[in-house]
Design a protein around this ligand. Structure first.
Ligand SMILES: C[S@@+](CC[C@H](N)C(=O)[O-])C[C@H]1O[C@@H](n2cnc3c(N)ncnc32)[C@H](O)[C@@H]1O
Length: 419
């Protein structure tokens, strides 16, 4: 279905309402961010509410900012408050075993004008206890951390406009044991200023990426004639991810590459940290869906740009459809890399390593759905490349987490295609 803006209608999951692309004209990258957030939060909060008595959402740089909907449906907090409300109602409405889950939100905003709008929210979302804070997030974060009950689960969104962020100062909040985080890592800015020695810029970057040595790695890459822009990009984002993992103790850190809608260039990364295997599983599902939305936006923008120069819009549209989709190419490449990593980390002898250990490691490193990786594992088992001694001789196609796995007697060849 087409919308007025020419952008695709985003299919909603379950009963949730789809995001409206017309609210994102001229800032389509925010549609990709919100698409990811919406789908991730809907699944996360519902799942978390099955175990925890309280779910807390913290939006450190809440806005509203450039929103076009008066109902805040195109803001991060609007999306989160709706997901909290839906999950609360859904658990309370279970006939035989209803659950009452407390939903809380802390929204922090520095601009007095934007902050004033947050006062409208409590009446719109009465089932969520909403606390609004006017001021600087870094200063307020420790106080928010203190008022979150230790048994509550928290999800923290940190979405500043620039790259001025003191990661260490956020440790009391993002380092909570029952916690997940998503950062907007402003790659475009950091990439531009990474090796500036200016005493105004360098200390700001030191606070954002407080781990040693990342600049030396970047300098080494600059000296390497074989280094590509992609390698530089990965070195920068992985330096930040490493810092997040070190400062806050996240076992799994991964990212969504959000591009400029009119150019195939990274604008920012959504960097995600979790301590839970199901978190990384849901993250990859939602990431792959959002990358599909992004590919569609970029493809349409390209056609629109070409159409400005030509009147043959239909012909250009079909040329676009025939061209290889870079996102599809990327996903196939990631699947192939995931398969190689899987074969690399499976032990060659002994009692094997639990499948639950293997898949979390592969998903933490590559953009692949668990269902796809399970399929690859089953195919490698059938072809004799992998051994799962506890896998019963049944048509069951999904390995259990506790199944040990080790390399089979058939040697995998590097050039073999994904089975
Ligand atoms: C990129 S916007 C947030 C967009 C929002 N997360 C969304 O997706 O709808 C950043 C917001 O942070 C606010 N802000 C800037 N510096 C801040 C600070 N130090 N503490 C809290 N808020 C801040 C800005 O006024 C702006 O509204």
């Amino acid at each position: 279905m087409e919308r007025a803006s020419g952008l695709p209608a985003i299919k909603s999951s379950g009963l949730s309402v789809a995001l409206a692309p017309e609210h994102y004209t001229g800032r389509e990258q925010a549609l990709v961010k919100h698409h990811f957030l919406k789908h991730y939060l809907e699944r996360l909060i519902h799942k978390i509410a099955s175990k925890y008595g309280e779910v807390v959402y913290v939006d450190g740089f809440s806005g509203p900012w450039k929103n076009q909907s008066e109902q805040f449906e195109d803001t991060s907090f609007g999306i989160a408050l709706q997901a909290l409300t839906d999950a609360k109602r859904s658990w309370a409405g279970i006939a035989h075993n209803p659950r009452q889950v407390k939903m809380t939100a802390h929204l922090v905003e520095k601009s007095p004008h934007a902050y004033a709008r947050l006062a409208e929210l409590q009446a719109m979302f009465p089932e969520v206890e909403i606390h609004t804070h006017k001021g600087d997030f870094t200063e307020i974060a420790p106080a928010i951390a203190r008022c979150i009950p230790s048994q509550a689960f928290s999800f923290i969104l940190i979405d500043p406009k620039g790259f001025s962020l003191d990661l260490q100062a956020l440790k009391p909040l993002i380092g909570r044991p029952r916690c997940e985080v998503v950062f907007n890592f402003m790659f475009d800015f950091v990439n531009r200023f990474a090796l500036f020695e200016d005493d105004k810029v360098a200390p700001v970057l030191d606070k954002l990426i407080p781990t040693e040595d990342w600049r030396n790695q970047l300098r080494a890459l600059e000296q390497n004639p074989a280094a590509t822009p992609e390698m530089r990009k990965r070195a920068i984002v992985e330096a930040f991810e490493c810092a997040v993992s070190k400062v806050a103790g996240y076992k799994y850190v991964a990212d969504v590459d959000v591009k400029r809608p009119d150019r195939d260039r990274t604008l920012y990364f959504l960097v995600y940290g979790t301590r839970q295997p199901p978190g990384i599983e849901v993250f990859r599902d939602c990431q792959i869906k959002s990358l599909g939305v992004q590919a569609d936006i970029i493809g349409r923008k390209k056609v629109e740009k070409l159409a400005e120069k030509s009147s043959q819009l239909e012909l250009l549209g079909s040329m676009q459809e025939m061209a290889p989709d870079p996102n599809a190419v990327f996903l196939i490449d990631e699947m192939e890399k995931a398969r190689h990593l899987l074969l690399d980390i499976v032990p060659t002898s002994g009692t094997g390593r639990a499948w639950g250990d293997i898949w979390t490691h592969v998903l933490a490193n590559h953009v692949i759905r668990l269902t796809e990786l399970n399929r690859i594992a089953n195919d490698l088992r059938k072809s004799g490349h992998l051994l799962f001694p506890s896998w019963p001789p049944s048509p069951k196609r999904v390995p259990k987490d506790e199944f040990p796995v080790l390399l089979g007697t058939v040697t995998p060849s590097v050039s073999e295609p994904v089975p």
